[in-house]
Design a binder for this molecule. Structure first.
Ligand SMILES: Cc1cc2nc3c(=O)[nH]c(=O)nc-3n(C[C@H](O)[C@H](O)[C@H](O)COP(=O)(O)O)c2cc1C
Ligand code: SF4
Length: 92
């Protein structure tokens, strides 16, 4: 997988063992193939994406239309904490 792996999967699964409500995991999801595998093999109900959608607002549409290249987000964090939320690599 390019880039980082989903990094809260382990904790989300532990939480799911203790609660009877849907659990949503977020963090490091960049690859739809890896995401599908986790979805099929874990008890986690939903996944959320943050920076990948800052990087590519059409990412879900792209994936759903068959272009399953991983997110272009490299998780540098430069879109967070500076007031304006924008991917520094997409600055026009
Ligand atoms: C611009 C930006 C703003 C965020 N604001 C919040 C926030 O207000 N509250 C929060 O709990 N997490 C916030 N986060 C963290 C995300 O919800 C998410 O947990 C984190 O970015 C990891 O997921 P990702 O790898 O999909 O980006 C923010 C992240 C970004 C990039
Ligand atoms: S600035 Fe960095 S972390 Fe933020 S969306 Fe762009 S590549 Fe991802």
């Amino acid at each position: 997988m390019k880039g980082q792996a989903p990094y809260y999967t382990f904790y989300a699964e532990r939480i799911k063992e203790e609660v009877n409500i849907p659990v949503i995991s977020v963090g490091g999801i960049r690859d739809i193939s890896a995401l599908t595998k986790i979805l099929n093999e874990s008890s986690i109900d939903y996944f959320a994406l943050s920076r990948p959608l800052v990087c590519e607002s059409n990412l879900i549409k792209r994936w759903s239309e068959g272009n399953t290249e991983p997110s272009k987000c490299i998780s540098c964090g430069k879109c967070s904490g500076f007031g304006k939320t924008i991917c520094v690599f997409n600055r026009k």
